[in-house]
Design a protein around this ligand. Structure first.
Ligand code: HEM
Length: 444
């Protein structure tokens, strides 16, 4: 008997669309843990975007990430497509998605990625200057500026500073205007005399598109293509010899800006918070960093304890709490037979707190990543399978370079008096404050 012939059986879960959606927007981990306690893992949520079966179980996550990619589509394309553009990698599927990833994968890996190391370090050192002279600063502001500049430089190069700043502002505005509700229901995509969240987002998006277009025009007219991601995209051809349209380039670049800067900034902010609430961990990290010469950025990024700090931060604070796949065909998920049209969601925010996998999961303990390795179904801050984050290596490298650089050279004091907890931003989860700190000067 094939999966198609099995009688549908679904896990239990909370009733009501609005209530459940608002709960998981507000505090996904609390909502998920409450539903697991009540209904078990997996459970079914009738979210505004459609029914979703959520799980944190490695055996079930394996069925999703290890399954045939052609059995799954991206989730909520009708809601997210108008936001990011239908040419965004996040929206593509099947052969088109595969060929897009093949084309872009090298742009974020290997030597091309390492070529950004010195630039990343310079950006961090430049951005931290303002913090050195300030009474205090918000770590999230610092990290947002750093990661935005890193991604803008990677995408647009550093040829024209004015243009770079313009792109930076346009990109930042797009991210700022992406209210969480826009991602959860298409009904929020309405116009109201230029004042609705959708109007504001659309305006920011149009400004960014215009900036990208004018950059492409400029490059074409000067015959100076540059060596950044924009140039690689503009000159790249698929295996059948066809090239990418401008609209498609815009959608992809906006996706990179979107997916590739706020995520890293939030993760680096969490790392600074955890390190400064765990002095013994910070001391060990500093000791290991001191053994590396200042100018050897690549070696710095390879320090095992630094990499473990990055991993442990993303375990405790997955920036994307769960990833979604829409079933094109029925799927047997443990004891359940789920029909096409339902979505399944491997949830890092549950898997990363599994006591069997991670003893004392509430404890920030980077050592766990030096003691053993975890399977891609136990540790998944970058999602998994055929849609795993294309920027995962780039982001991990960037985090190591930037954290390593500033922690090797400077000392900080955490000024937060209350615990900082995760809160929803848009599709991401971030710290409840910007994490206020003071720079105490050079490290001894
Ligand atoms: C700490 C930083 C980051 C985190 C936590 C993160 C996380 C994620 C997650 C969870 C997904 C969904 C994967 C899935 O569905 O299985 C994703 C997809 C994606 N990310 Fe990232 N990401 C980060 C940085 C970046 C960077 C730096 C870039 C690019 C420069 C990037 C570009 C993308 C793209 C294009 C996708 C879509 C992949 C696809 O659908 O095939 N991300 N990311």
């Amino acid at each position: 008997m094939s999966t198609n012939d099995l009688a549908v059986s679904l896990p239990k879960g909370p009733r009501g669309k609005w209530g459940s959606t608002l709960k998981l927007i507000k505090n996904p981990r609390q909502a998920f843990e409450g539903w697991i306690a009540q209904y078990g893992d997996p459970f079914l949520v009738n979210a505004l975007n459609g029914p979703v079966i959520v799980t944190g179980r490695p055996d079930l996550i394996k069925l999703v990430f290890g399954g045939d990619p052609d059995h799954f589509s991206p989730f909520a394309t009708q809601t997210i497509g108008p936001i990011l553009g239908f040419g965004s990698m996040l929206m593509l599927e099947g052969a088109e998605h595969k060929r897009e990833r093949r084309l872009m994968m090298p742009m974020f890996h290997g030597d091309r990625m390492k070529a950004y190391a010195t630039t990343m370090q310079q950006i961090a050192l430049e951005q931290i200057k303002a913090c050195q002279s300030a009474d205090s600063f918000l770590t999230l502001d610092l990290m947002t500026n750093v990661s935005m500049e890193v991604i803008v430089k990677a995408i647009f190069g550093g040829r024209d500073r004015e243009r770079g700043i313009h792109m930076f502002k346009a990109g930042r505005e797009v991210v700022k205007r992406a209210s969480p509700l826009l991602f959860f229901s298409k009904r929020t995509h309405f116009s109201f005399f230029g004042f609705s969240p959708w109007d504001r987002y659309s305006k920011a998006k149009a400004d960014l598109s215009a900036a990208i277009n004018s950059e492409l025009d400029d490059r074409q007219s000067t015959g100076n293509p540059g060596e950044d991601i924009l140039s690689l995209l503009a000159s790249a051809t698929y295996e059948d010899g066809s090239s990418i349209t401008r609209q498609h380039i815009q959608d992809e670049l906006q996706t990179f800006l979107f997916a590739g800067h706020e995520t890293s900034a939030l993760a680096m902010t969490w790392a600074m918070y955890h390190l400064h609430t765990h002095p013994e961990t910070l001391a060990r990290l500093r000791q290991d960093l001191q053994a590396v010469p200042d100018d050897d950025v690549e070696q710095l990024a390879q320090v095992p304890y630094l990499k473990a700090v990055v991993q442990e931060t993303l375990r405790m604070n997955p920036i994307i709490t769960e990833v979604l796949r829409l079933l094109k065909r029925p799927l047997t998920l443990g004891d359940y037979h789920v029909p096409a049209g339902y979505a399944v969601a491997p949830a890092a925010v549950i898997a990363h707190y599994n006591k069997d996998t991670y003893p004392e999961p509430e404890r920030f303990r980077p050592e766990r990543f030096l003691e053993r390795s975890f399977s891609p179904f136990e540790y998944m801050p970058f999602g998994g399978g055929s849609r795993r984050c294309i920027g995962a290596a780039f982001a991990s490298f960037e985090m190591a370079v930037i954290l390593g650089t500033i922690l090797k050279r400077f000392q900080f004091q955490l000024l937060e008096t209350e615990p900082v907890v995760p809160v929803r931003r848009n599709v991401t989860l971030g710290p409840s404050t910007g994490v206020r700190m003071k720079c105490l000067g050079n490290a001894a």
